[in-house]
Structures are given as C-alpha cells and as structure tokens.
Design a protein around this ligand. Structure first.
Ligand SMILES: *Cc1c(COP(=O)(O)O)cnc(C)c1O
Length: 454
C-alpha cells in the first residue's frame, strides 16, 4: 500500500547535499512529510513515487530558503523592515565578534575587581551624546513604551493623555491604544484626528493623570486643516501640573536628515529633550542605524525608576546588542564635523546620485551578450522602516527586461540564487536600485544577474 513512499535515507542524502541543511533537520522534515502522505494514501490517494519525491523536495527547498541569510537589498528602501532594517558597520560587527567569542566585563568593574554596572559605559555615552541627564536601553521601542508607562502608572494614577491624531499603528499590528492597555494604563484620548488644542490637553488633566504621551507621526503624515500645540507649550502645561511628558519618537535620527539627502528634517531626540520632553523613546535600528533596541533618555529620576521596575529585567538588552550599540554611539561621538559615522544607512542616504549612476554603468559594461535589455534609469529611493513617509531620494536603478524568461521568473531566480537579490518591478521590467546595495557587493550583484539571465 505504501510502496510509493520514498526511502527516507536516500532522499535525505540527496537533499542534504542540495540544500546543505543539517541532516537531522532534513530527515525530520522528510519523516513529517511521509507521515502526511501515509495518511493521504490511507484515505485513498494513489500518488506515484515521483510525485511524492517532488512534493517533499519542494517542501525542503522552501524550508531551506527560509533560513536566515544575507540578502542584497536592491529595493531602494534604506531601512527595510523585512530585510533586517539597518545593516551594521564593519567596526561594530568586528567588536561584536570579539565580545561574542570570549568573556567580557559585562557586569564586572575591572579596576576594583568587584561586581560592575551593566551597560554603564553605554548609558553614560548616550546621555552625553543626547545632552541629557540619563539614558538606558531595552530590546526595542515597543518594550520601552510599555515599560515606561508601567513605571509612570505605578503610583496609582493610571490615565495617559494622548491626542487622537497620534493613536497610530506602528507596524506589525502594534497599535498605541493597545500598548497603553497592555501596560495597565487607561487611555484618555483628546482632540480630533486633525486638530488637538492645548486646551484639550489641559481639560483632560485630572488627579488620575499619570503622563502626557506624544507619539511622533513617523510612518504617515496629515496635511491641510491641522493644528497641535508645540512641544514647548505642552511641556509648560505638564510642568505646571507636575506631570511627566513622554515622547515616542520612533525613528531615532541622531543626525540632521536634511543634511544627508533631500529629505525633510526629522526631529532628533536631542531637540525633543531641549524643548522640554521629560523622556524620549526611540529605536536603535531605524535612522540611528544600529541594532534592534529601544532607547529611553531624559530625566535621571525617571530613568532610575524605570531601571528598578521588575519588568525592566524582562526586556533588558543582552551583551551582543549592548556591544553593537556601544560601538555605534562611539562612532557618532568620534565623527568629526562634516563627516559621517561608520553607519551604512547614513552612507546609503548620503550617496550622490551620480555615484550610483557610475556604478550602474560599470555593471552594465560587464553584462554584455545577455538575453535582456539592460539600462540605467533614474529612480526614487526612500528611507523606509516606518520613517519619513514623504521621503523621495533621487537615485538610479539597473533596469532589466529579460527576453527569454518573464520578469517574474527573473525576479524569483535572483531572490533564490546563491546571492539572494531583492529588487522591484516597475512598468513591466525588473529594477535594481543601487542606493541600497553596498558598493562592495557590486561584483556579487553582477554575477547574480549573469547567472539569472543565462
Ligand atoms: C517604529 C516605531 C516604534 C516601534 O519601534 P521598535 O523599536 O520597532 O519596537 C514605536 N513608535 C514609533 C513612533 C515608531 O515609529
């Protein structure tokens, strides 16, 4: 009855060499699939051996493709959430390698020979860079937000005042009203979607107000008949009532984005703090260009209180993240005026379009005699990652119209090749924007295109 089922051992051998997955994994997958086929046969199916083998091979191949691996990002989206947001600079990656493969002084005071403060260096460096009293880090901004609110409602006052124009979804179904609920706080919405006045905030303040929360519109914009109080006005109001004012900034642009590229000015944490925000929260892996992390910075008493929360222990960063973030912040602090830190996202944003065009011409020169029309076209890149929704950065792309295969097929071949390349289709051709391809990957990209077209 089960004669059509393949020999697990034999099939495993060929799939292990084709996918380079560990043998135990391949055997496990095949066993799971053959069990499913056995059930189907019992239920009356009459597959032949080739059909079952093809099915199992497809499953194992799809599984192999889901393994975390490097990708050449030719989408023109600099911070691509699906492609791992911000790549790290060489120096940070090297430091990571050093710390990861040995012991470190993570919580050890070397001069004293006693227990030391975890992340003490990083926290001080962050505070100095942000010109504020104190800072700390957790796993991501979502965690920073929940943690901060849990701390600020610990006194028993539970209401969080937020403008209706800022009750946003951040991404991955993560919505501000739900985060507020998760923390145990009670949301008090004020104003309207397009307009919230200072008096709306003022009228909402009661004995139960724990904080006023501002949420930066990082992934959308509203235009037209709009109004909101300035941060300074809100800060004055909050201060008069002894209520903390917190801002969830999201992007974490530490540089002036308008100096990097033709971009709008993204508010920096430094600016928010100067305008009177008590605590600012932002991501490590968006415009900051570092590892996934949530940074909390501002008033020393609030940061100290947050660090004492039992929940802080549940969301604290591990030594690998702390190492990378330490190197990134050092890079920012070491950069001379007019010079960029070793942060790939910033370099991608700052590259002049002509440089990108030159690289594409070089690549095209190496792509002769292929069955495709290949040209260099102007394109539009963006910052991405739920940051600066209006960003439109002039760029150039390699445009490929294949003659023997479809564009869909070409795109799939590039995505699933030895060097995975992700581009986008535009008006019936595949485009590869080189703003987001690191120059040292140009030869890999050229090879991948040659292979996919031949
Ligand atoms: C992206 C974003 C977050 C979430 O940041 P993570 O670090 O990904 O958790 C929170 N708030 C705002 C405004 C954001 O833009």
């Amino acid at each position: 009855m089960f004669a059509a089922l393949p020999s697990v051992e034999k099939l495993a051998q060929s799939l292990v060499s084709a996918t380079t997955l560990p043998k135990g994994l391949v055997v496990g997958l095949i066993q799971k699939e053959t069990t499913a086929w056995r059930e189907k046969i019992k239920a009356g199916a009459t597959p032949d051996k080739a059909e079952i083998e093809a099915d199992i091979t497809a499953t194992v191949n799809a599984f192999a493709a889901s393994r975390l691996r490097p990708v050449i990002n030719a989408t023109g989206v600099c911070i691509h959430t699906n492609l791992g947001r911000s790549p790290l600079g060489r120096r940070a990656a090297d430091a990571l390698n050093h710390i990861a493969t040995g012991y470190s002084n993570l919580e050890f005071n070397l001069p004293e020979g006693t227990r030391g403060k975890r992340a003490g260096y990083l926290e001080s460096a962050l505070a100095i860079m942000l010109e504020t009293e104190a800072a700390t880090t957790v796993n991501n901004t979502a965690a920073a937000l929940v943690l901060t609110m849990r701390h600020l409602i610990a006194s028993g006052k539970k209401e969080v005042i937020v403008s209706r124009g800022e009750l946003v979804e951040i991404g991955g179904g993560f919505r501000i009203p739900e985060v507020i609920e998760t923390s145990g706080a009670i949301l008090k919405e004020v104003g309207a979607t397009n307009k919230t006045h200072l008096s709306d905030y003022a009228n909402a303040i009661t004995e139960d107000t724990a904080l006023i929360l501002k949420v930066h519109r990082s992934n959308f914009y509203i235009e037209g008949f709009t109004d909101e109080p300035t941060t300074e006005e809100l800060s004055e109001l909050a201060r008069a009532h002894g209520i903390p004012l917190v801002e969830d900034l999201g992007s974490g642009a530490l540089m002036n984005t308008d100096q990097l590229a033709p971009l709008d000015h993204e508010p920096t944490p430094q600016e928010c703090l100067k305008k009177g925000i008590d605590l600012v929260l932002f991501s490590g892996d968006k415009l900051l260009g570092g590892p996934q992390a949530g940074i909390i910075a501002g008033r020393a008493d609030l940061v100290a209180g947050i660090k004492k929360e039992p929940f802080f222990r549940a969301v604290r960063c591990d030594k690998l993240i702390l190492t990378v973030l330490q190197e990134c912040i050092d890079d920012y602090l070491a950069a001379h005026a007019g010079q960029l830190p070793d942060i790939p996202v910033l370099h991608a944003l700052q590259t002049p379009p002509e440089k990108i065009q030159e690289r594409i011409e070089m690549i095209i020169a190496q792509l002769s005699d292929l069955p495709a029309e290949i040209s260099c076209v102007s394109s539009t890149a963006s910052t991405g990652g739920g940051t600066m929704p209006k960003s439109a950065i002039p760029s150039f792309a390699l445009r490929i119209s294949p003659q023997k295969i479809s564009v869909t097929k070409l795109a799939k071949r590039l995505r699933t090749g030895d060097k995975a390349v992700v581009g986008y289709t535009e008006e019936g051709a595949l485009q590869l924007d080189l703003r987001t391809v690191m120059p040292h990957l140009d030869s890999d990209l050229t090879g991948a295109i040659q292979l996919a077209l031949s």
